[in-house]
Design a protein around this ligand. Structure first.
Ligand SMILES: Cc1cc2nc3c(=O)[nH]c(=O)nc-3n(C[C@H](O)[C@H](O)[C@H](O)COP(=O)(O)OP(=O)(O)OC[C@H]3O[C@@H](n4cnc5c(N)ncnc54)[C@H](O)[C@@H]3O)c2cc1C
Length: 329
């Protein structure tokens, strides 16, 4: 591992001042469950780590004026155990409960989940975000069973690893990012993720000298649920995640949102599936139709066609779950 400087400042201003203007100069350290692995793998080699552990105000989760304010340094468990989240945001709680192991849920933070780096095995083996060797795509020519089926026109084929991203987008969440001189940006969760176009870019719109400080989730009264398809009970990321949210009146859906995870380089908002819910009675045929709409435009690679069927099923089950309709195991 490359030697690095370590700082644990006591103020946000100080922390931001210690970050660099270019990616790679310094990295924010939260719970370290992703970053430390990346350091050991040599895929991130910063000169400095800036720990946010002393910024205890960023750990709070509280309901204020109809919005759940989640500090970026809040452990994942603090959200899944929060009574407001449990009552109003089952999709978020389900996304957290699916994560790897209890240790990760207790130690990993919400900000860290949103900013974690892709798990693509070519990236993790040192072939860059696009998994290339001598100008050739290792993804297209190799084992791509866990790669993208949407948004995979290239050069990025990895899937965004965050399970919370789809839920936060479906729930209309916003993120607060603070940069030099205390400059604050409010970023819609749907605008936070981006597909990098070159190896110097990252998977979010965050700048190298910005810190995510808070995530705000409004209580909009949406019915919502997340359904993930995973490999048994393994400590691993899902094959496919679907978060569904909608307003419900008299058994009919409106304002539908369907956001998929682990199928594209960004959490994937499925317009067609979202629209398919509007004005429809909430029942099994509507859920099935929504699943069908979600796979329109999928472009599986040579080894991941199976994800298309999983997406269809995950969306259908998320719709039924959000609608409170019992389904067979
Ligand atoms: C075995 C295993 C299984 C997992 N399964 C899942 C899963 O199913 N779904 C899922 O979503 N995740 C999964 N994870 C990932 C896990 O959720 C993340 O590792 C964790 O949330 C990262 O949080 P952290 O606080 O440890 O972040 P760190 O490791 O400290 O940081 C991660 C990245 O985010 C950046 N960062 C952290 N906080 C901020 C901030 N406030 N502002 C700006 N940048 C920041 C860091 O610089 C770093 O690049 C799994 C992890 C493991 C090890």
């Amino acid at each position: 591992m490359k030697p690095f400087e370590y700082a644990a400042p006591n103020t946000l201003e100080e922390a931001i001042g210690l970050l660099g203007e270019k990616w790679g100069e310094a990295e924010v350290l939260a719970g370290g469950t992703d970053l430390v692995t990346a350091l050991k793998q040599g895929i991130m080699e910063p000169d400095r780590l800036v720990s946010l552990k002393n910024l205890t105000s960023l750990q709070q989760v509280e309901l204020r004026e109809g919005t759940l304010h989640i500090g970026a340094m809040a452990p994942l468990a603090a959200v899944s155990e929060n009574s407001t989240a449990q009552e109003h945001f089952p999709s978020l709680v389900q996304a957290i409960e699916g994560i790897g192991s209890r240790q990760i849920i207790v130690h990993g933070t919400v900000g860290g989940d949103l900013c974690q780096r892709p798990r693509c095995w070519y990236f993790r083996s040192g072939y860059g975000l696009f998994g290339q060797h001598d100008g050739e795509s290792l993804v297209l020519n190799g084992d791509n069973r866990f790669h993208a089926i949407f948004g995979n026109e290239g050069p990025a084929y990895f899937v965004h690893p965050s399970s919370l991203g789809p839920a936060l987008i479906a729930l209309d969440a916003t993120l607060i990012a603070v940069g030099p001189k205390g400059k604050e940006r409010t970023i819609g969760a749907g605008d936070f993720f981006k597909t990098p176009q070159n190896e110097d870019e990252r998977e979010t719109v965050l700048r190298p000298d910005e810190v995510v400080t808070e995530i705000r989730v409004p209580l909009h009264g949406l019915k919502n649920a997340t359904y993930e398809v995973r490999h048994r009970q393994g400590f691993d990321w899902p094959y496919v995640t679907a978060t569904v949210a909608f307003q419900e009146r008299g058994g009919t859906a409106s304002d539908g949102r369907v956001v998929l995870g682990h199928v594209a380089p960004v959490p994937w908002h499925s317009e067609k599936a979202s629209q398919s819910l509007n004005g429809q009675a909430l029942n099994e045929p509507t859920a099935k139709e929504c699943g069908q709409a979600a796979i329109v435009g999928a472009k599986p690679l040579s080894g991941n066609r199976y994800k298309v069927q999983l997406t269809k099923t995950a969306v259908k089950r998320a719709v039924l779950s959000a609608a409170g309709i019992e389904q067979e195991a």
